[in-house]
Design a protein around this ligand. Structure first.
Ligand code: PMP
Length: 353
């Protein structure tokens, strides 16, 4: 730390992203990326957009917002694209939390929430999940604090129903409820239709998972016009050109290729079922994931030990060395071939025990 670093940030512990290793080719199942390439249309549109990189991108993201609005069946003023959903989530912390509206979220969830709260000086409370990692809906009723829920949750993969989300939104009319749907395309129910009914609901989604665009950084917030206006105030006060030309074009391309996205999601769900079944047969405890990852532990091998054994065999998964999580590993669901190799390798490791 330099002696110039602001007092405000001296105690900040930054978010630690999953490894992007350069030492060798791994089967990379550690950051929940898609095993499928971006849509051909996304690639072609991005290449075309590269020819105009001397010009700033459209700060209003007009075409993209129109397409997103059509996708979600909402008004154009009810969506806002972000530089990854991380950006819109940070905007939401900035816009809707302060000392009188502290944040609450589960104690086991996306690790960035506490970092966003810390960097923005927002008080927050982490609400314990049940021992089986399920969320107790009653903990969130009538709280009147700004609520952040990843649905499905990460790294557990477990989802609430739209009815449960609605109960939470309805019982907190004087504060914003943010539902982070980064993984919703892999089987869970989306809360987006509820934004027409509740002016305190903000939903975020990402193009990083189901749309194979993690490298482009594109996310979206969906909410009533007034909430989106507030996010725009933050956007225009920080980074008006938050979506670059190539990403914007790629986003338009993939949205014209919904059949490709849907087919990829179906394949991931199939591969998830295959891997979960095989792992359960081997004695793994696997949570009921509705995402593109599995969260699993085994009585015979510790989480850290399994992470290392897989890494030595060329498979990278995510291990969180934290009290409630360290027995587990989070394993991204990849292609059918990757899942077969994963399961064969897990069998090998267990047989050696
Ligand atoms: N929410 C959750 C629950 C996530 O796991 C992630 C991915 N790390 C994000 C949001 C952010 O995704 P992105 O910024 O790539 O859209």
């Amino acid at each position: 730390m330099s002696r110039y670093f602001s007092e405000k940030y001296k105690t900040l512990t930054p978010y630690v992203p999953g490894e992007q290793p350069k030492d060798m080719q791994y089967i990379k199942l550690n950051t929940n990326e898609s095993p499928f390439p971006p849509s051909d249309k996304a690639i072609a549109y991005a290449a075309e957009a590269a020819k105009s990189l001397q010009l700033y991108p459209d700060p209003e993201c007009s075409l993209l917002h129109e397409k997103l609005a059509a996708l979600y069946g909402v008004d154009k003023d009810c969506v806002l694209a972000g530089n990854g959903s991380d950006e819109v989530l940070n905007f939401a912390f900035m816009a809707f939390c302060d000392k009188t509206h502290p944040a609450i979220f589960p104690n086991i969830t996306y690790g960035f929430y506490s970092v966003f709260a810390e960097i923005n000086g927002i008080p927050y409370t982490e609400i314990p999940l049940r021992e089986d990692f399920t969320l107790r809906v009653t903990d969130y009723l009538g709280q009147n604090k700004t609520i952040f829920i990843a649905n499905p949750n990460a790294p557990t993969g477990i989802a609430l129903t739209a009815l449960e989300i609605e109960a939470i939104v309805k019982s907190n009319p004087d504060s914003v409820v943010v539902i982070d749907e980064a993984y919703v395309d892999f089987g869970a129910q989306s809360a987006v239709p509820l934004i027409k009914k509740y002016d305190n609901l903000l939903v975020t989604q990402t193009f990083s998972k189901s749309r194979s665009m993690a490298g482009a950084r594109l996310g979206v917030a969906i909410g009533c016009k007034a909430l989106i206006q507030d996010l725009n105030t933050i956007k225009y006060s920080t980074n008006p050109y938050n979506i670059n030309r190539m990403t914007m074009a790629a986003g338009l391309g993939v949205l014209e290729d919904e059949a490709y996205t849907r087919a990829n999601c179906r394949a991931i769900i199939e591969n998830r079922t295959y891997a979960a079944k095989r792992m359960q047969k081997m004695g793994f405890t696997v949570t009921a994931s509705q995402t593109n990852f599995l969260f699993a532990k085994h009585a015979k091998v510790g989480g850290g030990e399994l992470y290392t054994a897989l890494r030595e065999r060329g498979i990278l998964v995510r291990h969180f060395d934290k009290p409630l999580l360290r027995d587990y590993n989070r394993i991204t669901v990849g292609s059918a071939e990757q899942m077969k190799t994963l399961c064969d390798t897990l069998e090998e490791i267990l047989n050696e025990k």
